[in-house]
Design a protein around this ligand. Structure first.
Ligand code: HEC
Length: 167
């Protein structure tokens, strides 16, 4: 019995030694990233919150669905407001102020065109709005991010109806 105990102790001792040696040589596992640590950057929120609205707004107006266009215009406004709260400053420039300076008057003009259900005016003003997206990209030192007036934007959302429902 005594022999057996010594044998077991020796075996355990060698296992402990092996484990200790392994712990020294094996690389430490990377700590798991928590979802709460994943903070979207400005490029992510632009791609997720602003770019689709620009497309959908155009698709709605192309289908002369003014009710939907008005809704799609409110959304980027709200998005810009929320983005400004989330990222108040980018490259030391005030985000909300830059939105007002670059987009403000053009968004108001677009709202008037939608209210008037004026497809021709919409076309002109939408190009101005798009130019103001780019004006801010230039202002915020990203002149290579160029947004343009889309063609056939509705095809990008085959699961959404852009035509006004018949009543
Ligand atoms: C207040 C300034 C500002 C306005 C207004 C603005 N942007 Fe941006 N946008 C930025 C900045 C700055 C970046 C780059 C952020 C980064 O690199 O993290 C950016 C990035 C983007 C990107 C990401 C590009 C990519 O491929 O990853 C898209 C898309 C975009 N903007 C679309 C738009 C559209 C569409 C509008 C107009 C409806 C618009 N933006 C208006 C400042 C602005």
């Amino acid at each position: 019995m005594k022999h057996l105990r010594i044998g077991v102790a020796a075996a355990l001792g060698s296992v402990a030694f092996t484990l200790a040696a392994a712990a020294q040589t094996a690389p430490a596992p990377a700590p798991a990233m928590q979802l709460t640590e994943l903070k979207p950057g400005l490029d992510d929120v632009m791609t997720a919150m602003v770019q689709p609205r620009h497309l959908k707004l155009h698709a709605a107006a192309e289908a002369k669905n003014w009710h939907l266009a008005a809704f799609q215009l409110d959304e980027p406004r709200a998005s810009f407001r929320r983005i400004g709260q989330y990222i108040p400053k980018y490259r030391n420039k005030d985000f909300a102020e830059a939105v007002t300076n670059t987009m403000g008057p053009n968004l108001t003009a677009l709202e008037s065109a939608i209210k008037a259900k004026d497809a021709k005016a919409f076309k002109t003003v939408f190009a101005d709005v798009t130019a103001s997206c780019n004006a801010c990209h230039v202002f915020m030192e990203h002149p290579f991010l160029v947004i343009k007036v889309p063609r056939g934007a509705a095809a990008l959302y085959p699961d959404q109806e852009f035509k006004a429902p018949k009543d």
